[in-house]
Write a protein that binds this ligand. Sequence first.
Ligand SMILES: Cc1cc2nc3c(=O)[nH]c(=O)nc-3n(C[C@H](O)[C@H](O)[C@H](O)COP(=O)(O)O)c2cc1C
Length: 333
Amino acid sequence: MFDKLKVEIIGESHSPEISGKVSGIPKGYEIDLEELKAFLKRRASSEFFTTPRHDSDDFAVSGLEDGKTANEAIEFVIKNENVRSKDYDKIKVVPRPSHADYPCYVKYGYIPSGGGKYSGRMTAPLTLIGGVAKQILTANGIDVKARLCEIGGIKLENGALNDEAVEKLKLAQSNGDSLGGKIECEIDGLPIGLGDALFEGLEGKIAANVFAIPAVKGIEFGLGFKISSLFGSEANDGLEIVNGKVRLKSNNAGGINGGMTNGNAVTFKIAMRPTPTISKEQDSVNLLTMQNEKIKGTGRHDVCFVPRAVVVVEAVAALSILDEILKENLWKN
Ligand SMILES: Cc1cc2nc3c(=O)[nH]c(=O)nc-3n(C[C@H](O)[C@H](O)[C@H](O)COP(=O)(O)O)c2cc1C
């Protein structure tokens, strides 16, 4: 959901290439391509618990003039190098539980190879586009940072895996199973009053865009669902004057009141489901024979892709904030 930016993600998991295109980016900003490469690398699979599908993620970029944003759409093209469509042959008639296979089959008459446009792979170009937005926000003193905060229900300090989480991941791996997790995001340096009432609310914009990331099943701002069990006096963020300035004494609301930023950092958490494709046997159906059939995932899949999605959340949050700033015309350049 964007008001000023136009964001397009083109291609599919197993098409020769995928691309991401963004129009409406403010002009004159220097974009550091090395930084962008490093940003995208955070989404790549790592050695352990994540997919053995290794795409180089080299990208071609167009739409920059002398390294700066200009009056043109910026487009990133990434080749899909490591495609093994035959891993997905069985899936073409036996949908993987909880992937997009079944609704896609009913809607379009086929199950796309590798998850098609529903694949997590599509978040690679999305990350690049969001990386541009993030660099522009950083140049304006706005900091967007996300980190892993939970895996399989186990809380993590400072985004790092602990022994308990590693044990649970190993258990899932040895059982051919998978785990989900949570990611938290903090946005600092925002002006007060960004966003507005009802459908113009900043929470709604961030939430709508975060749900574009495959596997996101929940989002909460500040204390989120927990706030419903508190007394008002516990939940409220009191105000005080410090050095002649208004300050909020806590941040239970996640930095937003009435759909508008309130001077605190905007904080939200997302919940991601476990990887749907697992090698453990599951119940499914054969859509040709119309008989019940068991299925085991044969492709290459993450035991837990949540660590790889952290940077995607940063990217989407940055795009959402940049779009709102442009909509409210806060940078009059
Ligand atoms: C970075 C990333 C990587 C993913 N990798 C996989 C994967 O390897 N196997 C899989 O089954 N799902 C994977 N997914 C999740 C599916 O794309 C997603 O669950 C599916 O499209 C169904 O959408 P839903 O979970 O939002 O309903 C990944 C998601 C992300 C964000």
